[in-house]
Design a protein. Structure first.
Length: 332
Protein backbone atom coordinates (compact mmCIF):
# COMPACT_ATOMS: atom_id res chain seq x y z
CA UNK A 1 0.00 0.00 0.00
CA UNK A 2 1.49 3.38 -0.96
CA UNK A 3 1.54 6.22 1.55
CA UNK A 4 -0.24 8.65 -0.74
CA UNK A 5 -3.37 6.45 -0.84
CA UNK A 6 -3.46 5.44 2.80
CA UNK A 7 -5.11 7.85 5.19
CA UNK A 8 -4.19 6.94 8.76
CA UNK A 9 -7.00 7.12 11.30
CA UNK A 10 -5.27 9.97 13.12
CA UNK A 11 -5.93 12.21 10.10
CA UNK A 12 -9.60 12.26 11.01
CA UNK A 13 -10.92 14.28 13.93
CA UNK A 14 -12.16 11.17 15.70
CA UNK A 15 -8.85 9.39 15.06
CA UNK A 16 -6.87 12.40 16.27
CA UNK A 17 -8.86 12.61 19.47
CA UNK A 18 -8.45 8.87 19.96
CA UNK A 19 -4.68 9.13 19.50
CA UNK A 20 -4.47 12.04 21.88
CA UNK A 21 -6.43 10.09 24.49
CA UNK A 22 -4.16 7.08 23.99
CA UNK A 23 -1.05 9.22 24.40
CA UNK A 24 -2.48 10.72 27.56
CA UNK A 25 -3.03 7.21 28.89
CA UNK A 26 0.57 6.30 28.14
CA UNK A 27 -0.32 3.78 25.43
CA UNK A 28 2.03 2.75 22.65
CA UNK A 29 1.58 4.61 19.36
CA UNK A 30 -0.40 2.57 16.79
CA UNK A 31 2.26 2.87 14.06
CA UNK A 32 5.68 1.40 14.33
CA UNK A 33 4.67 -0.86 17.17
CA UNK A 34 5.27 -4.61 16.65
CA UNK A 35 2.23 -6.66 15.52
CA UNK A 36 1.53 -9.49 17.90
CA UNK A 37 -1.49 -10.86 16.04
CA UNK A 38 0.60 -12.40 13.25
CA UNK A 39 -0.85 -15.81 12.40
CA UNK A 40 -0.95 -18.17 9.43
CA UNK A 41 -4.11 -18.19 7.31
CA UNK A 42 -6.34 -20.84 8.85
CA UNK A 43 -8.01 -21.91 5.56
CA UNK A 44 -10.72 -23.72 7.51
CA UNK A 45 -14.47 -23.13 7.78
CA UNK A 46 -17.00 -23.79 10.53
CA UNK A 47 -18.93 -27.05 10.58
CA UNK A 48 -21.33 -27.43 7.64
CA UNK A 49 -24.67 -27.53 9.44
CA UNK A 50 -27.32 -25.00 10.43
CA UNK A 51 -30.21 -25.43 12.84
CA UNK A 52 -33.57 -23.72 13.31
CA UNK A 53 -37.03 -24.50 14.72
CA UNK A 54 -40.15 -25.21 12.67
CA UNK A 55 -43.07 -25.28 15.10
CA UNK A 56 -42.19 -28.05 17.55
CA UNK A 57 -39.73 -29.66 15.14
CA UNK A 58 -36.02 -28.97 14.97
CA UNK A 59 -34.56 -28.64 11.49
CA UNK A 60 -30.86 -29.25 10.93
CA UNK A 61 -29.60 -28.47 7.44
CA UNK A 62 -26.47 -30.46 6.61
CA UNK A 63 -24.46 -30.16 3.42
CA UNK A 64 -23.17 -32.68 0.95
CA UNK A 65 -20.78 -29.99 -0.28
CA UNK A 66 -20.87 -27.59 -3.22
CA UNK A 67 -21.52 -28.92 -6.71
CA UNK A 68 -19.85 -26.92 -9.51
CA UNK A 69 -21.83 -27.04 -12.76
CA UNK A 70 -19.27 -25.15 -14.85
CA UNK A 71 -20.23 -22.86 -17.73
CA UNK A 72 -23.89 -21.87 -17.23
CA UNK A 73 -24.24 -21.30 -20.97
CA UNK A 74 -24.36 -25.06 -21.48
CA UNK A 75 -26.65 -25.84 -18.53
CA UNK A 76 -29.29 -23.10 -18.63
CA UNK A 77 -31.08 -22.96 -21.96
CA UNK A 78 -33.99 -21.31 -23.71
CA UNK A 79 -32.44 -17.83 -23.97
CA UNK A 80 -29.18 -16.59 -25.54
CA UNK A 81 -26.10 -17.40 -23.45
CA UNK A 82 -25.43 -13.68 -23.07
CA UNK A 83 -28.73 -13.30 -21.19
CA UNK A 84 -27.66 -15.96 -18.68
CA UNK A 85 -24.20 -14.41 -18.26
CA UNK A 86 -25.81 -10.97 -17.86
CA UNK A 87 -28.15 -12.18 -15.08
CA UNK A 88 -25.18 -13.60 -13.18
CA UNK A 89 -23.05 -10.51 -13.67
CA UNK A 90 -25.85 -8.22 -12.48
CA UNK A 91 -25.99 -10.27 -9.29
CA UNK A 92 -22.22 -10.25 -8.72
CA UNK A 93 -21.96 -13.98 -9.40
CA UNK A 94 -19.18 -15.56 -11.50
CA UNK A 95 -20.10 -16.04 -15.16
CA UNK A 96 -17.82 -18.97 -15.83
CA UNK A 97 -18.89 -21.45 -13.16
CA UNK A 98 -22.30 -21.83 -11.53
CA UNK A 99 -21.88 -23.50 -8.16
CA UNK A 100 -24.91 -25.17 -6.60
CA UNK A 101 -25.11 -26.05 -2.92
CA UNK A 102 -26.56 -29.35 -1.69
CA UNK A 103 -28.65 -28.42 1.35
CA UNK A 104 -30.09 -31.47 3.09
CA UNK A 105 -32.67 -30.71 5.79
CA UNK A 106 -33.04 -33.26 8.57
CA UNK A 107 -36.28 -32.69 10.46
CA UNK A 108 -36.54 -33.97 14.02
CA UNK A 109 -40.27 -34.25 14.72
CA UNK A 110 -39.57 -35.44 18.27
CA UNK A 111 -40.45 -39.05 17.54
CA UNK A 112 -38.90 -39.39 14.11
CA UNK A 113 -35.88 -38.10 12.18
CA UNK A 114 -36.62 -37.41 8.51
CA UNK A 115 -33.88 -36.54 6.00
CA UNK A 116 -34.62 -34.98 2.60
CA UNK A 117 -32.31 -36.08 -0.26
CA UNK A 118 -28.82 -37.45 0.23
CA UNK A 119 -26.23 -35.81 -2.07
CA UNK A 120 -23.78 -37.33 -4.54
CA UNK A 121 -22.37 -40.07 -2.31
CA UNK A 122 -19.37 -41.83 -3.82
CA UNK A 123 -19.86 -40.38 -7.32
CA UNK A 124 -17.30 -37.74 -8.26
CA UNK A 125 -19.08 -36.82 -11.52
CA UNK A 126 -19.09 -33.15 -10.44
CA UNK A 127 -15.64 -33.11 -8.84
CA UNK A 128 -14.17 -33.66 -5.38
CA UNK A 129 -16.20 -31.16 -3.31
CA UNK A 130 -19.33 -33.32 -3.09
CA UNK A 131 -19.89 -36.40 -0.93
CA UNK A 132 -19.58 -34.58 2.39
CA UNK A 133 -22.87 -35.76 3.92
CA UNK A 134 -21.39 -38.21 6.47
CA UNK A 135 -18.90 -35.63 7.72
CA UNK A 136 -21.61 -32.97 8.01
CA UNK A 137 -23.89 -35.39 9.87
CA UNK A 138 -21.15 -36.08 12.37
CA UNK A 139 -20.46 -32.37 12.81
CA UNK A 140 -24.18 -31.89 13.57
CA UNK A 141 -24.13 -34.68 16.15
CA UNK A 142 -26.10 -37.31 14.22
CA UNK A 143 -25.32 -40.95 13.66
CA UNK A 144 -26.54 -42.59 10.42
CA UNK A 145 -28.52 -45.07 12.53
CA UNK A 146 -30.56 -42.15 13.95
CA UNK A 147 -32.28 -41.48 10.63
CA UNK A 148 -35.74 -43.12 10.41
CA UNK A 149 -36.82 -41.93 6.98
CA UNK A 150 -35.11 -40.67 3.85
CA UNK A 151 -37.36 -38.73 1.48
CA UNK A 152 -36.12 -38.38 -2.11
CA UNK A 153 -37.43 -35.61 -4.36
CA UNK A 154 -36.28 -37.60 -7.41
CA UNK A 155 -33.74 -40.22 -8.45
CA UNK A 156 -31.02 -38.00 -9.91
CA UNK A 157 -27.39 -38.66 -9.05
CA UNK A 158 -27.09 -35.72 -6.58
CA UNK A 159 -30.23 -36.66 -4.60
CA UNK A 160 -30.09 -40.45 -4.19
CA UNK A 161 -26.29 -40.76 -4.24
CA UNK A 162 -25.78 -40.94 -0.48
CA UNK A 163 -27.97 -43.96 0.31
CA UNK A 164 -25.42 -46.77 -0.22
CA UNK A 165 -21.65 -47.27 -0.33
CA UNK A 166 -19.90 -48.14 -3.58
CA UNK A 167 -20.04 -51.81 -2.61
CA UNK A 168 -23.78 -51.75 -1.98
CA UNK A 169 -24.03 -51.38 1.81
CA UNK A 170 -26.84 -49.23 3.21
CA UNK A 171 -25.36 -46.14 4.89
CA UNK A 172 -28.49 -45.56 7.00
CA UNK A 173 -29.21 -48.95 8.55
CA UNK A 174 -32.61 -48.09 10.05
CA UNK A 175 -34.06 -45.81 7.38
CA UNK A 176 -36.99 -46.41 5.11
CA UNK A 177 -36.59 -44.70 1.73
CA UNK A 178 -39.50 -42.77 0.22
CA UNK A 179 -39.56 -41.97 -3.49
CA UNK A 180 -42.08 -41.90 -6.35
CA UNK A 181 -42.51 -45.18 -8.19
CA UNK A 182 -42.27 -43.37 -11.54
CA UNK A 183 -38.75 -42.19 -10.74
CA UNK A 184 -37.68 -45.48 -9.20
CA UNK A 185 -38.80 -47.40 -12.28
CA UNK A 186 -37.30 -44.95 -14.79
CA UNK A 187 -33.88 -44.44 -13.22
CA UNK A 188 -33.18 -48.05 -12.25
CA UNK A 189 -34.20 -49.35 -15.69
CA UNK A 190 -31.44 -51.65 -16.91
CA UNK A 191 -32.39 -51.12 -20.55
CA UNK A 192 -31.22 -47.47 -20.31
CA UNK A 193 -27.64 -48.43 -19.40
CA UNK A 194 -26.66 -48.03 -23.05
CA UNK A 195 -28.15 -44.54 -23.32
CA UNK A 196 -26.59 -41.10 -22.65
CA UNK A 197 -28.18 -41.36 -19.19
CA UNK A 198 -25.82 -44.22 -18.32
CA UNK A 199 -24.01 -42.49 -15.39
CA UNK A 200 -27.31 -41.46 -13.82
CA UNK A 201 -28.85 -44.91 -14.27
CA UNK A 202 -25.79 -46.67 -12.84
CA UNK A 203 -25.74 -44.45 -9.76
CA UNK A 204 -29.48 -44.81 -9.15
CA UNK A 205 -29.20 -48.60 -9.44
CA UNK A 206 -26.17 -48.66 -7.09
CA UNK A 207 -28.04 -46.67 -4.44
CA UNK A 208 -31.63 -47.87 -4.73
CA UNK A 209 -31.48 -51.57 -5.66
CA UNK A 210 -29.55 -52.74 -2.55
CA UNK A 211 -32.26 -51.21 -0.32
CA UNK A 212 -35.23 -52.16 -2.51
CA UNK A 213 -36.99 -53.94 0.37
CA UNK A 214 -36.99 -50.71 2.40
CA UNK A 215 -38.33 -48.44 -0.34
CA UNK A 216 -41.86 -47.06 0.05
CA UNK A 217 -43.62 -45.23 -2.79
CA UNK A 218 -45.56 -42.05 -2.04
CA UNK A 219 -48.29 -40.56 -4.18
CA UNK A 220 -49.15 -37.00 -5.23
CA UNK A 221 -50.92 -35.08 -2.42
CA UNK A 222 -50.34 -37.90 0.08
CA UNK A 223 -49.24 -37.08 3.63
CA UNK A 224 -47.09 -40.19 3.70
CA UNK A 225 -45.40 -39.34 7.02
CA UNK A 226 -46.96 -37.22 9.79
CA UNK A 227 -46.15 -33.62 8.76
CA UNK A 228 -44.77 -34.52 5.32
CA UNK A 229 -46.93 -34.20 2.19
CA UNK A 230 -45.82 -34.95 -1.38
CA UNK A 231 -46.74 -32.64 -4.26
CA UNK A 232 -46.06 -33.80 -7.82
CA UNK A 233 -43.75 -31.45 -9.74
CA UNK A 234 -43.00 -33.38 -12.95
CA UNK A 235 -40.66 -32.21 -15.68
CA UNK A 236 -37.18 -32.15 -14.14
CA UNK A 237 -37.82 -35.89 -13.91
CA UNK A 238 -41.15 -37.60 -14.57
CA UNK A 239 -41.59 -38.47 -10.90
CA UNK A 240 -40.08 -35.35 -9.35
CA UNK A 241 -41.93 -34.15 -6.19
CA UNK A 242 -41.65 -31.31 -3.73
CA UNK A 243 -42.77 -31.65 -0.09
CA UNK A 244 -44.71 -29.60 2.39
CA UNK A 245 -43.18 -30.06 5.83
CA UNK A 246 -45.28 -28.93 8.80
CA UNK A 247 -45.15 -28.87 12.58
CA UNK A 248 -47.51 -27.11 14.99
CA UNK A 249 -48.81 -24.54 12.51
CA UNK A 250 -45.44 -23.75 10.88
CA UNK A 251 -44.36 -25.13 7.53
CA UNK A 252 -41.93 -24.91 4.64
CA UNK A 253 -41.76 -26.41 1.20
CA UNK A 254 -38.71 -28.51 0.40
CA UNK A 255 -38.20 -27.66 -3.26
CA UNK A 256 -35.96 -30.48 -4.45
CA UNK A 257 -35.03 -29.40 -7.99
CA UNK A 258 -38.13 -27.31 -8.74
CA UNK A 259 -35.64 -24.48 -9.23
CA UNK A 260 -31.88 -24.94 -9.13
CA UNK A 261 -30.75 -21.37 -8.82
CA UNK A 262 -32.02 -18.40 -6.81
CA UNK A 263 -31.48 -16.06 -9.75
CA UNK A 264 -31.49 -17.95 -13.03
CA UNK A 265 -34.51 -20.28 -12.77
CA UNK A 266 -36.29 -18.21 -10.14
CA UNK A 267 -36.22 -14.67 -11.54
CA UNK A 268 -36.67 -16.22 -15.00
CA UNK A 269 -38.65 -19.42 -14.29
CA UNK A 270 -39.19 -20.03 -17.99
CA UNK A 271 -35.49 -20.72 -18.52
CA UNK A 272 -34.81 -24.36 -19.26
CA UNK A 273 -32.28 -26.55 -17.53
CA UNK A 274 -30.16 -29.01 -19.50
CA UNK A 275 -30.73 -31.80 -16.98
CA UNK A 276 -34.55 -31.60 -17.21
CA UNK A 277 -36.15 -34.77 -18.61
CA UNK A 278 -38.94 -32.61 -20.09
CA UNK A 279 -37.91 -28.92 -19.92
CA UNK A 280 -41.31 -27.57 -21.06
CA UNK A 281 -43.15 -29.56 -18.39
CA UNK A 282 -40.53 -28.49 -15.82
CA UNK A 283 -41.27 -24.85 -16.63
CA UNK A 284 -45.00 -25.46 -16.15
CA UNK A 285 -44.48 -27.18 -12.79
CA UNK A 286 -42.06 -24.47 -11.65
CA UNK A 287 -44.37 -21.57 -12.49
CA UNK A 288 -47.48 -23.32 -11.08
CA UNK A 289 -45.93 -24.37 -7.78
CA UNK A 290 -43.83 -21.25 -7.15
CA UNK A 291 -46.98 -19.18 -7.78
CA UNK A 292 -48.87 -21.32 -5.26
CA UNK A 293 -46.11 -21.02 -2.65
CA UNK A 294 -45.87 -17.23 -3.01
CA UNK A 295 -49.67 -16.94 -2.67
CA UNK A 296 -49.55 -19.08 0.47
CA UNK A 297 -46.50 -17.11 1.69
CA UNK A 298 -44.92 -20.43 2.53
CA UNK A 299 -41.19 -20.40 3.33
CA UNK A 300 -38.98 -22.52 1.12
CA UNK A 301 -36.08 -24.83 1.83
CA UNK A 302 -34.16 -25.14 -1.40
CA UNK A 303 -31.73 -27.95 -2.08
CA UNK A 304 -29.46 -26.06 -4.48
CA UNK A 305 -29.68 -22.40 -3.39
CA UNK A 306 -26.88 -20.65 -1.52
CA UNK A 307 -26.26 -22.12 1.93
CA UNK A 308 -28.36 -22.90 3.92
CA UNK A 309 -31.20 -22.43 1.39
CA UNK A 310 -33.99 -21.27 3.70
CA UNK A 311 -36.06 -18.20 2.87
CA UNK A 312 -39.12 -16.86 1.13
CA UNK A 313 -40.23 -16.22 -2.42
CA UNK A 314 -42.20 -13.27 -3.68
CA UNK A 315 -43.58 -12.54 -7.14
CA UNK A 316 -41.42 -10.16 -9.17
CA UNK A 317 -42.37 -9.28 -12.73
CA UNK A 318 -42.76 -12.47 -14.76
CA UNK A 319 -40.85 -14.44 -12.18
CA UNK A 320 -40.00 -14.64 -8.53
CA UNK A 321 -37.48 -13.21 -6.13
CA UNK A 322 -35.82 -15.21 -3.39
CA UNK A 323 -35.36 -13.50 -0.04
CA UNK A 324 -33.00 -15.57 2.11
CA UNK A 325 -33.98 -15.70 5.78
CA UNK A 326 -31.31 -14.21 8.06
CA UNK A 327 -29.26 -16.93 9.70
CA UNK A 328 -29.66 -16.86 13.48
CA UNK A 329 -27.02 -18.72 15.41
CA UNK A 330 -28.58 -17.76 18.73
CA UNK A 331 -32.38 -17.88 18.99
CA UNK A 332 -33.85 -14.45 19.76
ZN1 LIG B 1 -30.22 -31.62 -8.12
Amino acid sequence: MSDDKFVPPSASRRGFLGSAAALAAGAVLPFGAPAFAKAPLSKTQPAYFYRFMLGNAEVTVVSDGPLPLGDPGTSFLGVPKETVYGMLETNFLPKDNVVLEQNIPIVNFGDRLVMFDTGMGFSKAFGPTTGRLMKSLEEAGFKPADVDDIVCSHAHIDHIGGICTADGKALFPNARIHISQVDFDFWTDESKLGSPLKAFIEHARANLLPVRDRIVFFKDQQEFLPGVQALAAPGHTAGHHIFKVASNGKSFAFLGDLTHHAILLTENPRLEFAYDSDPKQAVQSRVRLLTMLTEEKMPVMSYHFAWPGFGNLVKAGDGFRYLPAPMQLVPV
